[in-house]
Ligand binder design. Structure first.
Ligand SMILES: Nc1ncnc2c1ncn2[C@@H]1O[C@H](COP(=O)(O)OP(=O)(O)OP(=O)(O)O)[C@@H](O)[C@H]1O
Ligand SMILES: [Mg+2]
Length: 350
């Protein structure tokens, strides 16, 4: 069905990029033991008139070459912001963000155009946003290649192969509105892979699909990930996504809070178990999971105290309800209350 050899076949590469960029890419591929995506202490602050919104606050994320990961998190947690930064559609406010050989914080506009054209494919949630409505399926898939100057025979042979891989060989001449939602998203994946990018980003690609169709799209993404060795980062709200990906990364309040993995149990064939782990950042910080915060409602609160005690090979974290009151030589208590008037110890001499 798919021919992995051809994905990065130089004879099928396009006139751009200029030779030094091409070399840079090849060097990167030769040293691929390095992480493919690296975000460190990443900040994105949106400014609207005099209001500032901190969408990402010190996010750390590493993605290995060829990994398929899903990002999940509540609405407004910063998922799309991160995707837009990775796609080169927006620039970060501070921190470090590297994809392949490109430092996306310190990148020229020209390089950013090359990056978007050749190194990253993007699939949006809204099916209508991914496809040109008056172009056939094949023409949609070939459009990014045309813009990159690929010859007609090369365009045709790659779009034919992609249509095969997407399970749509008989739909090449249809217009987008003549396809189901799931088929449209499959074509969108084809458009994103048109220029054979090493990275595919998808922001809620199944957000408008039913569960069964969503499952088919996830399976397709996995097939493409394996066959073409494309690194894939997708945002989803789909609860069962962990069985289709290598890792689920949970984002909370603009930072990565935890990761979960689905592993076979080996007890019963096909049975899997999902395990969630907290992510420790470079400063040793962890975020307590929301269900624990809920269980201890009000006891783990902003600015409140907790005690960490080593226990065996773990740590027990206990909320401290009241700040300890200690008398200091200066006569102040550590909870900053002024000494009481009637407290004889603090009475001034007449
Ligand atoms: N262009 C913008 N201008 C100002 N604030 C923005 C902009 N884009 C996003 N934000 C704010 O940044 C925060 C993160 O938004 P983001 O779109 O990344 O969330 P999300 O996790 O993708 O949410 P959803 O699941 O609803 O898509 C939110 O508070 C949002 O209101
Ligand atoms: Mg979003």
């Amino acid at each position: 069905m798919v021919n992995a050899e051809r994905y990065r076949n130089p004879s099928h590469q396009f006139q751009a990029p200029a030779s030094d960029e091409e070399q840079e890419l090849q060097e990167l591929e030769a040293t691929s033991d390095e992480a493919y995506i690296e975000c460190q202490d990443l900040f994105k602050i949106y400014k609207r008139s005099d209001l500032e919104v901190v969408a990402l606050r010190g996010l750390d994320l590493t993605v290995e070459p060829g990994e398929l990961i899903a990002i999940i998190g509540a609405s407004g947690s910063g998922k799309s912001t991160l995707m837009n930064l990775l796609a080169g559609l927006d620039r970060p406010s501070a921190g470090h963000i590297r994809v392949g050989s490109r430092d996306l914080l310190d990148i020229s506009d020209r390089e950013l155009v090359l990056y978007r054209r050749l190194e990253v494919g993007f699939v949006w949630q809204a099916t209508g946003r991914n496809l040109v409505p008056y172009l056939s399926v094949r023409d949609n898939i070939e459009l990014p290649m045309s813009m990159a100057g690929v010859s007609t025979p090369d365009r045709h042979s790659w779009s034919t192969e992609l249509l095969e891989a997407l399970g749509l060989p008989d739909k090449a001449n249809r217009l987008p509105h003549q396809l189901s939602g799931g088929e449209q998203q499959r074509v969108a994946i084809g458009v994103a892979l048109s220029n054979k990018p090493p990275l595919l980003l998808a922001d809620e690609p199944t957000g408008e699909l039913d569960t069964q169709t969503a499952t088919q799209v996830f399976r397709l993404l996995r097939e493409i990930n394996v066959a073409y060795k494309v690194t894939i980062v997708m945002v989803t709200h789909y609860p069962g996504v962990s069985e289709f990906v290598d890792r689920v990364v949970h984002i909370r309040d603009g930072r990565i809070s935890s990761e979960s993995y689905s592993t076979p149990t080996f007890q019963r064939d096909g049975e899997r178990v999902e395990e969630e782990y907290l992510v420790v950042d470079r400063a040793g910080r962890i975020q307590l999971p929301p269900d624990i915060l809920e269980r201890f409602t009000g006891r783990f609160r902003q600015g409140g105290l907790a005690k960490a005690d080593p226990e065996g090979d773990g740590v027990t974290i206990r909320p401290i309800d009241d700040r300890p009151r200690t008398n200091t030589p200066g006569g102040r208590t550590t909870n900053d209350e002024p000494p009481g008037q009637d407290d004889s110890r603090f009475r001034r001499n007449p």
